[in-house]
Ligand binder design. Structure first.
Ligand SMILES: NC(=O)c1ccc[n+]([C@@H]2O[C@H](COP(=O)([O-])OP(=O)(O)OC[C@H]3O[C@@H](n4cnc5c(N)ncnc54)[C@H](O)[C@@H]3O)[C@@H](O)[C@H]2O)c1
Ligand SMILES: O=P(O)(O)OC[C@H](O)CO
Length: 353
């Protein structure tokens, strides 16, 4: 994290983004959409923050009890957050629209609401993953779903929703090909609780956010299989290298992969029990079936679908990814977790660099 008085001084001459922003819509009222809506609402007490949810019960809980009863029931929401199920109500007139719908549902969801989104309104994507069928990143899924180009920034980093709700110190990256938009997103979200680093490396930020979810499943499996800390550290280090090999071939910058949205988020998701992807891995390692695990969760673990896309990308970019593709094969019931460990341990011995 870099800080410079010169940068602060230069920025102080630019637009006061919070002052000029009157309304922000958030599509998706799950845990992360709600947490980021809460940060925005806390940043400016008279900002109109509207969450587009799927059920009337969810909208009612937010509007009447100021709680998201389904996803974050223990936290009171600011009163300047409201919710609706009607996109015609939520989206028009927004200065920014935040996208927090799970990746696999995003294209169809966007196609259904696009007539309510102005082509000029920046979309800020929080979702981390790849389209299972097409292997597209969200920066490709979004224009596909909307049927047009849209101003776009992606936000990614080590950010558990519950810790944001508690106001604990957090840092995230806002990446956009449009430098000014990345800067505006930084100004919109930044607070004494949240640092926002800007980046122009959209591919690097997106690919690390998507692939760390697959790696977290592997890390969880190591724990579920009781294979110990040495194995855990080795698998995570190998996974970091695999993410770097694939993402670099796709155009990511190595510095991004080593930064907050790369190594930072990998450490959080692979080592902390709050991660849903890690939890899926722990339970698989303990012998539960994927069907039972997913059936018992009311939240998305994006790594499950993204793993399938990683298999295809490994072939497309001709890169060997033993850990990430083993996760995909285990999820497809094509490989037993213990056999995967044996396969990886029996790979040819290689030089470290
Ligand atoms: N929870 C976190 O800590 C966190 C942190 C960073 C990034 N993310 C990412 O944010 C995205 C959203 O995650 P989340 O934690 O809010 O998920 P969640 O499972 O808590 O909630 C998902 C939300 O999407 C809605 N949804 C599901 N299918 C839909 C569909 N077909 N159409 C419209 N809405 C649909 C659900 O109703 C729910 O409101 C994911 O890509 C996740 O990886 C989550
Ligand atoms: O709970 P997970 O595994 O979806 O991870 C949440 C966030 O991506 C952590 O940054």
């Amino acid at each position: 994290m870099r800080w410079s008085r010169r940068v602060e001084e230069k920025n102080s001459k630019k637009e006061d983004v919070l002052a000029t922003t009157k309304k922000v819509a958030v599509m998706g009222g799950g845990s992360f959409g709600t947490a980021m809506a809460t940060l925005l609402a806390r940043n400016k007490a008279d900002l109109d923050v509207v969450i587009l949810v799927r059920s009337e019960a969810d909208a009612e809980s937010i509007n009447e009890d100021h709680k998201n009863a389904k996803y974050l029931p223990q936290y009171e929401l600011p009163t300047n957050i409201r919710a609706t199920t009607d996109p015609a109500h939520a989206l028009p007139g927004s200065d920014f629209i935040v996208h927090a719908v799970p990746v696999q549902s995003s294209k169809a969801f966007l196609a259904g609401v696009k007539q309510h989104i102005s082509p000029e309104t920046p979309l800020l994507c929080l979702s981390k993953g790849l389209d299972r069928e097409t292997c597209e990143m969200m920066s490709e899924v979004i224009p596909e779903g909307l049927g047009r180009k849209q101003p776009l920034a992606v936000l990614s980093g080590p950010t558990f929703a519950v810790e944001l709700m508690q106001g604990l110190p957090t840092a995230i990256v806002a990446a956009s090909e449009d430098k000014n938009l990345a800067w505006r997103v930084q100004r919109l979200f930044a607070s004494t609780h949240l640092r926002v680093n800007t980046s122009a490396d959209v591919v690097g930020v997106e690919m690390s956010g998507a692939l760390k979810n697959v790696l977290a499943i592997a890390a969880g499996m190591i724990e579920g299989l009781s294979l110990g800390n040495n194995a855990l550290a080795s698998v995570v280090a190998q996974g970091c290298a695999e993410i770097r090999w694939l993402a670099s071939k796709m155009g990511a910058r190595p510095e991004t992969l080593a930064g907050l949205s790369g190594t930072g988020d990998i450490m959080l998701t692979c080592f902390v029990n709050l991660s849903r992807n890690r939890t899926v891995g722990v339970r698989l390692g303990k012998g539960e079936s994927l069907e039972d695990i997913l059936g018992s969760m009311n939240q998305v673990a994006e790594g499950v679908a993204t793993a399938g896309a990683v298999m295809k990308l490994a072939r497309r970019y001709k890169v060997s990814l033993p850990v990430l593709t083993a996760v995909a094969r285990i999820l497809e019931d094509d490989l037993d977790p213990r056999d995967a460990v044996e396969e990886i341990m029996n790979l040819p011995q290689v030089p470290e660099v």
